[in-house]
Design a protein around this ligand. Sequence first.
Ligand SMILES: [Zn+2]
Length: 310
Amino acid sequence: MWESSMVLAVDIGGTYIRTGIIDIEFTIRSFEKQRTVEVIGTKSKKEALKNLADYLHDVMIQSGVREKINHVCLGVPSIIAKDKDYVLSTPNVPALQDIALKSELERNLGLSVSVENDVNLSTLGEYTLLDQRKYPNVVGIYIGTGIGCGLILNQRLFTGASNLAAEFGHIPTRLTEKHRQCNCGLYDCLEVWASGSFFDREMKKAGRDNEIPSIFVDYSSDMLKTHIVDIFFKYLAFGLYTVNTLLNPNMFIFSGGVVEMEGFPKEKLLDLPYGRLRHESVANSLETKFGVLGEKAFIHGALEYYMHYT
Ligand SMILES: [Zn+2]
């Protein structure tokens, strides 16, 4: 049934909606990127949903392979209900929350649809490039405005009892005081101190907003930047040590806008998970690398998801 199948992959982000059509040989047939607000509008949920469906319909028609597409897989920056249909929370795209996204789109598009967390899909995409028997347990860490995470355990995507596993960015860093509120509503989550928004916040506080894009370029010779970058790595290390202790993974795969910034100390990040180990055997079985598929990882992930998770 799969021989002539293609999948429309959709990544919905706060800034951009990306789409890609991929065939069963993992060849990407098309890739598009549009500003989210221009696609879905800003008014009602009903309008947003209709605009999204119309846009995806147009993308498929313009691809020239509409009749070969038999599944649409969406990656969303959201908390998705247990039924993998209803979207409970999407802080960055509020128009797409509190709706039955999967069933509404299925009705609109006349195709089967799946909805999954965006970083789960991109981790799954990177995982398609690995020898999965050699690396059964892999952790994807996406460092952007916040921190996303995807978990592969025993060669399968692990999403937890209610789709809220792998919330690496929301590991608590303190409990007895309330220092700073996270976007999730809780206080002092890891991403409050280790994310792109942390750099924005601290540099703005110092009145040096214009230097945010170059924070890594000269951080070792600038006291403020040294301080900020040190805090970032300290909290990131805390999270990575926690994951190592809990899961003893085969690999960490890092990606996201922050690791792609000019001057980012890549070697430092690759070495970071080895900084605190219960036993050297943890290090001997652990590898670290950067993702190679970039903003197209979700497209590979969508095909993998269609073949093995729907
Ligand atoms: Zn949080």
